[in-house]
Design a protein around this ligand. Structure first.
Ligand SMILES: C[S@@+](CC[C@H](N)C(=O)[O-])C[C@H]1O[C@@H](n2cnc3c(N)ncnc32)[C@H](O)[C@@H]1O
Length: 226
C-alpha cells in the first residue's frame, strides 16, 4: 500500500528552506557534474519542443532549455524554488509555464515531447519511486522522451569509492529531511518495464576518469499503435 500523495509532500516542503543554496551546494559537491548531467539532456530537445521539468528546483537546466528554444513547463512543490526560477527566467527575458505544486497530480493536454526528472525520483523511497516514475511516464507523448539525470549506480573496481561519496550526499540530504534513505537507484529496469526504450546513457566522471558518479538517461516512449 503506497502512502497518499499528501504524505509524499512532507519532506519536499523542506526544500523551501534550502532554495537559495541548493543548486550552488549541489554543483560544489559534485564539481559541476550534477549540472553537466542535467545539461546533457539538451542534446535531445528540438526548438519548439514542449518539455516538462518535474521537481525542477531553481531550474538551471530549465533556463538553458528555454534559451535553446524549448517551450518549458516546470513544476516544484517548493514555492520558493519556483519563485527563484521565475526571477531567473525573467532576468534573461525568457518565458515558461512555472507551477508551484505537486508533480504527481498533473493531467497535461497535450502530452509533452519530453519529461525530465532530474535528481527528482531519488527524493522518494524504494516503494514510492517506481510509482512516481510510472506517473511521470504518463506525461510523455507517444514517441517522446523521458529523461533522467541522477546519481550513477556504483560499478567497477572503484565502485565502492563512488558509493561512499554518493551515500555521503544522500545521507546529508536525508538528515535535512530532503530525501529518503535508499539504495542508489538504477532507473533503467523500472523505465524499461514501462515499455520505454533506452536511447542514451551518458556517465559523468570526475575529470573524465574514475568511476561514474552521475548519469544522464534518455528513454523513448513507444509510438502509439495504429
Ligand atoms: C533534489 S531536488 C532537485 C531539484 C532540481 N531538479 C535540480 O536538479 O536542481 C528535488 C526537488 O523535487 C521537488 N519535489 C519533491 N517532491 C515533489 C512533488 N511531489 N512535486 C513537485 N516537486 C517535488 C523538491 O521541492 C525539490 O526542489
Amino acid at each position: 500500500m503506497h502512502a497518499p500523495i499528501a504524505e509524499k509532500k512532507i519532506k519536499s516542503r523542506n526544500y523551501d528552506a534550502v532554495a537559495g543554496i541548493y543548486e550552488t551546494l549541489a554543483n560544489l559537491y559534485s564539481f559541476g557534474l550534477i549540472r553537466r548531467a542535467k545539461l546533457a539532456e539538451l542534446d535531445y530537445l528540438k526548438t519548439g519542443d514542449r518539455v516538462l521539468y518535474l521537481g525542477a528546483g531553481s531550474g538551471e537546466e530549465a533556463v538553458a532549455a528555454a534559451r535553446a528554444g524549448a517551450r518549458v513547463t516546470a513544476i516544484d512543490l517548493s514555492a520558493r524554488m519556483i519563485e527563484r526560477l521565475r526571477r531567473r527566467m525573467a532576468r534573461k527575458g525568457l518565458t515558461a509555464e512555472l507551477i508551484a505544486g505537486d508533480a504527481l497530480v498533473l493531467a497535461p493536454d497535450p502530452l509533452f515531447d519530453a519529461v525530465c526528472g532530474n535528481y527528482f525520483f531519488n527524493v522518494f523511497g524504494p516503494d514510492d519511486m517506481p510509482v512516481v516514475l510510472a506517473k511521470a511516464a504518463t506525461y510523455v507523448r507517444p514517441g517522446g522522451y523521458l529523461m533522467i539525470a541522477d546519481m550513477a549506480p556504483p560499478s567497477g573496481p572503484l565502485g565502492p569509492l563512488a558509493w561512499l561519496y554518493l551515500k555521503f550526499g544522500l545521507s546529508f540530504f536525508w538528515l535535512l529531511g530532503l530525501a529518503s534513505q535508499h539504495p542508489i537507484y538504477d532507473y533503467r529496469p523500472h523505465v524499461e518495464r514501462l515499455g520505454f526504450r533506452q536511447v542514451a546513457l551518458n556517465d559523468h566522471r570526475l575529470l573524465g576518469i574514475g568511476p561514474a558518479l552521475y548519469r544522464t538517461l534518455v528513454f523513448a516512449k513507444p509510438e502509439a499503435s495504429a
